[in-house]
Design a protein around this ligand. Structure first.
Ligand code: NAD
Length: 362
């Protein structure tokens, strides 16, 4: 029986990379019934909202979605559909494997990291008070009267909630991921020496969860600033990193840089009831419709989706087909050539077709 999967092409370069991923997932031979849904700017015309209920219902029903990136207007306009989707479906763990494939231009020989980022709280909770408002003034007065610290009167304030419950579930997710995927060690990343309560609670909770996995998966912790330096100097020493939302966002891009850039970094947003698979990169509007960008990040997100569905052999074959095409270096997009203006680079569609051919050849 075919799996039902919600398919969200997105906008900008989204439709091109999402279609490329669909072609490659289909080429594995796993039967998928794709249910296509619009989101973002183009959904507003039809549904009056960038995140239609029909789309959310489709994901709730199917439990799995493959998604292209969606543009968030800067300043005015609607808030991020990507963040709203994760909140609406409680997709609390953002998983971003960063593996260096032979053939990709990089400063490193071996990188094979998985970033597990908490997706629901921290400074991304969206609790902010603008400068000059009565709320911020009240907050500044409250802080002064509860501990005596003064905040400049012209400040804006963002709150950083970190809870034991949200930390516990994401750290548990990281350990379970380690067990399922044969990984050896989880490193919790924090700044608990400075933020003793919020990051302190993250660390304490991580240590408590780690005890349950003693003897099965190793555990250690690192300060986030030191972690950045360690990743640049010795990325091969790390395995799975689990981090609060903001550090996870920043270190995901750092780790993508270690393995060849945004064009190659896949991702998944996972909750207890649904999972949405999408590349780390955004909609890169300046490349939209040019059949130019790298589809690899979205194709590898498709492989993560297959593994999540239990189709582990198809997932491994897809990853191997990507690895073969990249290693060969012929049918790859401009960003994977030694020089970006290499006239032999191929388009998005052609790279996906080469990967699909490789799969069909077996
Ligand atoms: P971006 O990731 O879209 O692009 C930044 C640069 O990275 C591009 O100009 C390009 O040089 C490179 N790049 C990105 N994808 C590539 C690919 N597949 N192949 C080769 N090179 C690639 O980041 P941005 O410009 O900051 O964001 C553009 C829009 O995307 C914004 O509206 C942002 O909000 C949105 N966004 C969406 C998501 C999502 O849907 N999950 C994630 C990030 C950003």
């Amino acid at each position: 029986m075919a799996y039902k999967v919600t398919f969200i092409p997105g906008d900008g370069i989204g439709p091109e990379v999402a279609e490329a991923a669909k072609v490659c997932v289909d080429a594995t031979g796993v039967k998928i019934d794709w249910e296509t849904h619009k989101a973002g700017e183009e959904a507003i015309a039809d549904f009056g909202t960038p995140l239609p209920d029909a789309l959310l219902e489709s994901i709730r029903r199917n439990k799995v979605a493959l998604k292209g990136p969606i543009t968030t207007p800067i300043g005015k306009g609607f808030r991020s559909v990507n963040v709203a989707l994760r909140q609406a479906l409680d997709l609390y763990a953002c998983v971003r494997p960063c593996r260096l494939y032979p053939g990709i231009p990089s400063h490193y020989d071996k990188v094979d990291l998985v970033i597990v980022r908490e997706n629901s709280e921290d400074l991304y909770a969206g609790i902010e008070y603008d400068d000059g408002t009565s709320e911020v003034k009240e907050l500044i007065d409250w802080v002064k009267s509860h501990g005596g610290k003064s905040i400049q009167s012209d400040a804006a304030i963002s709150l950083k909630p970190i809870s034991a419950s949200a930390t516990e579930r994401v750290v548990r997710f990281a350990f379970e991921y380690a067990l399922k995927n044969g990984r050896k060690r989880v490193t919790a990343v924090h700044k608990a020496n400075i933020m003793k309560f919020s990051d302190g609670l993250f660390l304490e909770t991580a240590q408590r969860v780690a005890e349950r996995y003693a003897g099965k998966v190793e555990f250690e912790d690192r300060l986030v600033d030191n972690m950045c330096m360690q990743l640049v100097q010795r990325p091969e020493n790390y395995d799975i990193l689990v981090l609060p939302n903001l550090y996870g966002d920043i270190l995901s891009d750092l780790a993508a840089g270690l393995v060849g850039g945004l064009g190659v970094a896949p991702g998944a947003n996972v909750g207890d009831k649904a999972a949405v698979f999408e590349p780390v990169h955004g909609s890169a509007p300046k490349y939209a419709g040019l059949n130019k960008v790298n589809p690899m990040a979205t194709i590898l997100s498709g492989a993560l989706m297959l593994r999540h569905l239990g189709e582990t052999s198809a997932a491994s074959r897809l990853e191997q087909a990507v690895a073969d095409v990249v290693k060969e270096g012929r049918d790859v997009t401009y960003d994977l050539k030694p020089h970006k203006d290499d006239p032999t680079s191929v388009g998005t569609k052609e790279m996906a077709a080469a990967i699909a051919r490789r799969l069909k050849k077996g």
